[in-house]
Design a protein around this ligand. Structure first.
Ligand code: ARG
Ligand code: ZN
Length: 844
């Protein structure tokens, strides 16, 4: 069944309070609920339907009178009084056998929950929809030392604890944790002087991985006060680390639950990239307390209301406490790698979808990352001051409500007097707009003509022009900026902008700071790109110039058998030599477009991408780059030799990132000899893992792989890296075999999503390996998706997206992929999650 946005109606009843009692038992947990309902005066449909799935009903009553309702696999409909009433029910659930990791489940002997989006209905009967909000009181009975739920503690004794959450919330924010956990404590005093007790709860053995997460939490709390004026609103804030978790983390009110990979960190076990990601996720979940929890979503179609805004806020946070240009470049890389393929393939959907079968399939790069880009464009269009005013109004007007994108847009219209109806198309039109550029120079006047076009996407054949903020600056022939950055508003299919009074024809730097999530088509020559790479005053576009130059170089190598051009090689050399440039930025400059992006670029040009030819071009360009910058490499690598004690801060991390990029190039010249030395001497995971990856890439590292295994066998998060790295670094011919062999390893605990993704995710990401011509990669992934589906539909469905780009490839590969997708689709009892994904991928 498909659910439609247009069918929204409010629930017939309001909930005044929820009291829950949990009697914990691994295979027979009893959940007793006592809920005060009253008719909703705003609703015309008074059907009393309560969601409920996989629940064994023990008893139910209304106002004390027992009832025997008819139950379907979705829930129950009951006739109720037309007046306030008390609903009571007792159900039994089996957390010990809940492998889907949705609802109440167990992970390493610990009870935990994941209710977003629709998991609460697996805990008890309830109107499980985000616009039904209530205060919750929760009593937990169980003989485990730590018993946690949302809100503030309100009672405690031998074998029980009670929690009261004073803030009305939807059921998806409910959480419960019980286990043998150790607290890593912290403290925060809010801007109005209230004391908040902080705890990071972990399993014994993980105590040494908490410092960084706690500090990140305190920084986030302070930042949200300073920048958004948002104060925390409970006496305690708890975070729990869980090993078995489908996603990154969850913002449950006052009790955030995290995938342990998204919170636990230590220098010995985590890379610099892990630290940065953890800091961002902790901030993200904390920021949800206002954008998500205090103001939530009316229905799941509005998911981007909280996710887009919260991703935007966590990106602002990272930019503020690290480097803004580096963060912007990282986000652009991520958008091109994950969102563009989604937006331009069979899974394309609007940032606010209009229909779905399984909402868990819409926690996507489009909803999150494109959703965040929309907020960034809005801020750029209205200006920083108006943005702040609009946000103040949003918090003031909508606190305690379940809102829509219309509410969000309205606060901007009301603070700026702008008509944002055309801008709103960003939420309803799917597909990535392509902006083409043409230029004219005439007698001191430079004319820039921009045209926009969006290809048709599933369900949307006609596209209207969108409002695209295009930040532009002009450079003079000597490299000076002759016009500072200005935001052009492209609102029509085609529009011209004039710059007058110029002495000579300028070089335009277009889409500075990646001012809109579009594909820019600008026929620059290599020389112009090299000029921008050398001179652009906008750090993002300077990086982008290098990226485009690299891409054009690679495409010519693939299509025309060209050799790597001097413009690219000399440009990179000059950047690497420039000691004034941030090391992190120089490291990013060394990056190349991914092989999957090159495949997309070829497909866009009407060519059929050949994965092996793409792989070869990248290897050749890497080799040529290593030779070209050879003399600089020892000095660049020495950046990693930091005297000070290890710190994951942006400064040190940037140096290591440049040093390790130099190591990767060096390994192409010295047979990975220097990498072997670095591996032997490494005192932190960043150094150890980058050295190991160079060794593997060079076809070496057998011995190191074994010692790594012995050293880290006890650490699940490090073992995930051990699994992923072997698949990621395997050669195209062996990737599928390496992955298959690893699935036979005793430590391949495939029911753990992190471990499953370590192998299968790395397989799908190894472009040439996954697309091996005989289809071995496709078949292996399909085998495992079929095996995982009955156990964990959510993780299975997410990984189906590995096949979303299948129509780019040649007919033989398409046949092979179609056969695998069909095999999955025809599996008996396939989950709703996977069914929806496979049919969208196949049928678009
Ligand atoms: N709201 C969470 C976050 O963005 C994501 C939880 C999604 N979980 C799911 N099963 N769909 O931080
Ligand atoms: Zn979120």
């Amino acid at each position: 069944t498909t659910i439609y946005l247009k069918d929204y109606t409010p629930f017939g009843y309001l909930v005044d309070s929820v009291h829950l009692t949990f009697d914990l038992a691994a295979h027979a947990t009893r959940v007793t609920s006592r809920i005060a309902f009253r008719p909703n005066p705003e609703a015309s449909d008074k059907t009393f339907f309560l969601h409920g799935e996989d629940l064994k009903l023990i008893r139910a009553s209304i106002d004390g009178a027992d009832i025997t309702p008819e139950i379907t696999d979705k829930g129950m409909t009951v006739v109720t009084p037309d007046a306030p009433f008390i609903w009571e029910a007792e159900v039994e659930i089996d957390p010990g056998n809940n492998t889907a990791l949705e609802g109440l489940y167990m992970s390493n002997g610990m009870y935990c929950t994941q209710c977003e989006a629709e998991g609460f209905r697996k805990i008890t009967f309830y109107p499980d929809r985000p616009d039904v909000m209530s205060t919750f009181t929760v009593r937990i009975n169980g003989d485990l030392p730590v018993l946690l739920s949302n809100g503030n503690p309100s009672g405690k004794g031998e074998g029980w604890a009670e929690w009261t959450d004073p803030w009305p919330k939807p059921a998806y924010l409910f959480a419960l944790v019980a286990g043998e956990l150790i607290a890593h404590p912290g403290q925060f005093t809010t801007m109005s002087g209230r004391d908040v007790e902080l705890n990071l709860w972990v399993r014994p053995g993980d105590e040494g991985k908490c410092d960084f997460g706690m500090e990140a939490l305190r920084k986030s709390m302070k930042w949200d006060e300073d920048v958004y004026g948002r104060e925390y609103d409970l006496d305690v804030f708890n975070i729990v680390a869980v090993d078995d978790f489908n996603m990154g983390a969850m913002e449950n009110k006052g009790l955030n639950i995290f995938n342990s990979s998204a919170v636990l960190a230590s220098p010995e076990t985590s890379t610099d990239a892990n630290f940065e990601r953890i800091e961002a996720i902790i901030a993200h979940e904390y920021f949800h307390n206002w954008t998500g929890n205090r103001i939530t979503c009316r229905d799941w179609f509005q998911l981007c209301l909280k996710e887009g805004l919260t991703v935007f806020r966590d990106a602002q946070f990272t930019s503020d406490i690290r480097s803004a240009p580096v963060k912007r470049i990282e986000d652009a890389i991520d958008l091109c790698a994950r969102q563009f393929p989604e937006d331009n393939g069979p899974l394309s959907h609007p940032v606010r979808p209009e229909s779905f079968q399984e909402i868990n399939n819409f926690y996507t790069a489009t909803v999150y990352e494109k959703g965040a880009e929309i907020i960034g464009m809005l801020k750029r269009l209205v200006g920083d001051e108006a943005y702040s005013k609009a946000l103040d109004l949003y918090f003031l007007r909508h606190d305690g409500q379940a809102c829509t994108i219309e509410d969000w847009i309205k606060v901007f219209e009301d603070t700026t007097d702008r008509d944002l109806s055309q801008f709103k198309r960003w939420y309803s039109q799917s597909g990535t707009p392509r902006v083409t550029v043409s230029e004219d120079w005439n007698d001191g006047t430079y004319t820039l003509t921009l045209a926009q076009h969006t290809e048709e996407t599933p369900g949307q054949s006609e596209k209207l022009p969108q409002v695209i903020p295009v930040a532009v600056g002009l450079l003079g022939q000597n490299g000076d900026e002759v016009r500072a950055t200005e935001v052009l508003e492209l609102t029509e299919a085609e529009q011209s902008f004039q710059f007058t009074g110029l002495a000579a024809k300028p070089v335009a730097s277009i889409l500075r700071d990646f001012s809109a999530p579009v594909i820019l088509e600008h026929d620059h020559t290599d020389a112009e790109r090299a000029f921008l790479l050398a001179h652009d005053t906008d750090p993002f576009n300077r990086w982008q110039a290098g990226r485009s130059l690299a891409q054009d170089t690679l495409l010519r190598m693939i299509l025309e058998d060209a050799t790597p051009g001097a413009d690219y090689l000399d440009g990179v050399l000059a950047v690497l030599r420039d000691g004034e440039l941030d090391p992190a930025y120089r490291a990013l400059m060394l990056g190349l477009p991914s092989q999957s992006e090159l495949a997309a670029a070829l497909f866009d040009r009407g060519e059929t991408p050949d994965p092996m030819a793409i792989w070869t071009s990248v290897e050749t360009l890497r080799q040529a780059t290593a030779q070209h910058v050879q003399d600089l490499l020892p000095r660049l690598h020495s950046e990693t030799l930091i005297e000070a004690p290890y710190s994951p801060d942006a400064d040190q991390a940037g140096k290591r990132s440049l040093g390790n990029a130099a190591l990767a190039l060096t390994s192409r010249l010295d047979g990975a000899a220097m990498a072997a030395e670095q591996y032997a001497a490494a005192g932190n995971m960043t150094q150890q893992l980058s050295a190991l990856s160079c060794l593997l890439r060079a076809g070496k590292g057998e011995a190191e792989l074994s010692t790594f295994y012995v050293q880290w066998q006890h650490d699940r998060l490090v073992m995930d890296k051990w699994f992923a790295l072997q698949v990621g670094m395997a050669s195209p011919a062996t990737t599928a075999d390496v992955a298959r062999t690893l699935t036979e390893h005793a430590d391949f605990n495939w029911k753990n999503p992190n471990r499953f993704r370590a192998v299968m995710g790395a397989l799908a990401m190894n472009h040439a390996g996954f697309h091996r011509a005989d289809g071995a990669g496709y078949a292996l992934l399909a085998d495992w998706l079929i095996k995982l589906d009955p156990v964990n539909p959510q993780t299975t469905a997410r990984m189906c997206s590995a096949f979303q780009t299948w129509k780019r490839y040649d007919a033989d590969r398409q046949d092979l992929i179609r056969a695998q997708l069909t095999r999955i689709a025809e599996t008996p009892d396939l989950s709703r999650d996977t069914t929806e994904m496979v049919s969208r991928i196949l049928n678009a």
